[in-house]
Design a protein around this ligand. Structure first.
Ligand SMILES: [Zn+2]
Length: 195
């Protein structure tokens, strides 16, 4: 697979266990502390599929700077700077922002009205991913465009370190929660693992 950008749409997504652990840590911490949703950013690389479309590979997730309530989460612009700082701290170079994630604590995975508006605010970015997670129901969904005006939930695979090595991807710290040193395991999820 060749790493480059194109106007094609994502077929499926690969995700490192470390990124999933960070997503779980960020969203669980916010719920524990303030009973709110929470979110952040997804970073990685795009691979062009030989037949059609592209395969975004999420290497790392970074904790967002959010305005959040029990039923809403706005990922603020400061999240980009905070994310780039976190990547630099972990010496993760050559990654681009592929999308964002936010939690629906105990509500399940779906795209709400505000989620759709937020997703289409990136309408010019063909590969943009909107990830909605409910770790309490072990539900992790990634939504991507399938045409200029439609999106769908696409398959998401957690990949092994061997595949990350083959793709020459940097390895992030597992479950890193910037500024709090909080670690969680990467158990759970309805994703399928590929090795
Ligand atoms: Zn939402």
């Amino acid at each position: 697979m060749e790493a480059r950008n194109s106007a094609r749409y994502p077929l499926c997504v690969l995700l490192t266990p470390e990124a999933l652990a960070t997503i779980q840590a960020c969203t669980a911490a916010a719920y524990d502390q303030q009973r709110s949703e929470w979110g952040g950013l997804l970073w990685g690389r795009l691979f062009v599929h030989p037949m059609k479309g592209m395969v975004p590979v999420i290497v790392a997730a970074t904790n967002g700077v959010c305005r959040a309530t029990p039923t809403s989460c706005e990922i603020l612009p400061a999240s980009w700077q905070a994310g780039e700082r976190e990547l630099a701290d972990q010496r993760l170079g050559g990654l681009q922002c592929l999308g964002d994630f936010h939690s629906h604590p105990k509500m399940g995975v779906f795209m709400s009205g505000p989620d759709r508006l937020s997703f289409w605010s990136y309408g010019h970015v063909s590969h943009w991913l909107g990830m909605v997670v409910d770790p309490w129901r072990s539900d992790y969904g990634i939504f991507a465009k399938c045409s200029a005006d439609r999106f769908e939930r696409i398959p998401c695979f957690v990949m092994s370190h061997r595949i990350a090595q083959v793709l020459n991807l940097p390895r992030p710290v597992s479950g890193r929660l910037a500024g709090r040193g909080h670690l969680v395991s990467s158990q759970g999820g309805n994703h399928r693992a590929i090795r």
